[in-house]
Design a protein around this ligand. Structure first.
Ligand code: ZN
Length: 413
């Protein structure tokens, strides 16, 4: 998908603002002799920006707006190394809320809804993003933050929450708790807005069935405002994104070249009007594709497919490259398997071989032996290698309030 004339002019304005600043990218662009962007070709010659750059610019090196206009910072959850700090102007905060309110509307949420917010507050963009969008829309916000499942369920029942917002792992934990306690009929839940991690069809189905609600995938990342830059509608699982605020291109993660619409690759995002920390051609490492054609819902906003994984989630065993999404595709076809699994990889020194151990929760309807055999068979035929498989009862693997860690690789530690 090419930049429209309006988007090209917006990018050009961003480049000129960056050049006029004393920021990290201002220096970099001046050194590279960049003066502006008039065409798609010139745009595609702009360097990518990356999380690495943002770490190099720590703490406020990417700030382009004057200090007196900056009203807030957020920081990405960076589990390793230097965190990333993103400054926001008042307009950035407002633009983000407008986009987020549009997400709620696309999910059919209205002013009459009561939205319970379980993602975390603080430095990260999660909780406050869900809240600002809710208030912009005019719905009632129940700002719980994460954890304390007991209290979550009490508020959900007493306040007649209609919309739950959560990570997929926490939504699953709540769904299982609600089922265990037989609470479903005392609740008023209609919809769930689920953000911040990739999840398989199986997990979606379980949450949907246990709670009897519609689920929506919201997309976003701290570097680009936060969650709220796109969401799916009731007609499709692909996500509309707000192309008056961001431009998305899909590139081949290895060569960096743009791919055709419809082809899979890495999402690269350009902010069109962001003031505090404009980012051009930011590599997200999220894998997806542009979904060509119009959505049956009639909305004109372009769409990307459900996030398939992250280019850095790939793991390699016995020379075979694998993504968690491939593991999920296999488990989807295994009768009796729950959505929950972990992959552990280690090197067995005694035989000088890598070992992959797949632990899967079994629901108990099908014998664990039969499930294990079927999983091994499917791996062999579809991926070309056979892992060791252990089946454990449902509930054995950890449920997390944040992102679920699926793959642990002991070879790199
Ligand atoms: Zn649609």
């Amino acid at each position: 998908m090419k930049l429209s004339q309006v988007q090209l002019e917006q990018v050009d304005r961003q480049v000129k603002r960056i050049l006029a600043s004393d920021s990290y990218y201002g220096k970099k662009y001046r050194e590279m002799g960049i003066t502006g962007v008039k065409t798609q070709e010139e745009f595609e010659r702009l360097p990518f920006s990356s999380k690495e750059d943002l770490r190099n610019a720590y703490p406020l090196g990417i700030m382009v707006a004057p200090e007196e206009e900056v009203v807030r910072i957020h920081s990405s959850s960076g589990t390793t190394g230097t965190p990333v700090i993103i400054p926001y102007t008042a307009k950035d905060v407002d633009d983000w809320a407008i986009m987020f309110a549009r997400c709620y509307e696309t999910a059919g949420v209205t002013k009459k809804d009561r939205i319970q917010i379980t993602p975390g507050y603080g430095l990260w963009t999660a909780g406050i993003g869900f809240q600002n969008g809710c208030e912009k829309l005019g719905a009632m916000c129940i700002p719980m933050g994460p954890g304390n499942t007991e209290k979550q369920l009490k508020m959900m029942e007493d306040l007649k929450t209609t919309v739950i917002t959560a990570t997929s792992s926490y939504a699953l934990l709540l769904a299982e708790e609600i089922e265990k306690r037989g609470l479903k009929d005392r609740l008023h839940l209609k919809k769930g807005v689920i953000g911040s991690e990739r999840w398989g069809d199986k997990m979606r189905k379980r949450i949907q069935e246990q709670l009897g609600i519609e689920l929506y995938d919201i997309y976003g990342l701290t570097e680009i405002y936060g969650p709220g830059i796109g969401i799916n509608c009731s007609e499709s699982t692909a996500m509309h994104y707000w192309d008056d605020y961001i431009y998305i291109e899909i590139i081949d993660p290895v060569t960096g070249e743009p791919v055709e619409d419809g082809e899979e690759g890495e999402i690269v995002i350009t902010t069109l009007v962001k003031e505090g920390a404009p980012l051009l051609r930011f590599r997200t490492h999220d894998l997806s594709r542009i979904v060509p054609g119009e959505c049956p819902c009639g909305r004109k906003h372009p769409r990307i497919d459900i996030i398939k994984g992250r280019s850095d989630d790939m793991f390699k065993v016995h020379g075979v490259n694998m993504f968690p999404s491939q593991v999920e595709d296999i488990l989807k076809d295994v009768d009796g398997a729950s959505s929950e699994y972990t992959v552990t990889i280690a090197h067995d020194d005694s035989v000088n071989r890598d070992v992959m151990l797949l632990t899967v929760e079994g629901e108990g309807r099908v014998s664990f032996d039969a499930m294990g055999a079927q999983i091994r068979e499917l791996f062999k035929s579809r991926i070309g290698m056979t892992p060791k498989v252990i089946i454990v009862p449902v509930g054995s693997l950890p449920r997390s309030e944040k992102k679920t860690k699926r793959v642990t690789d002991y070879r790199t530690q």
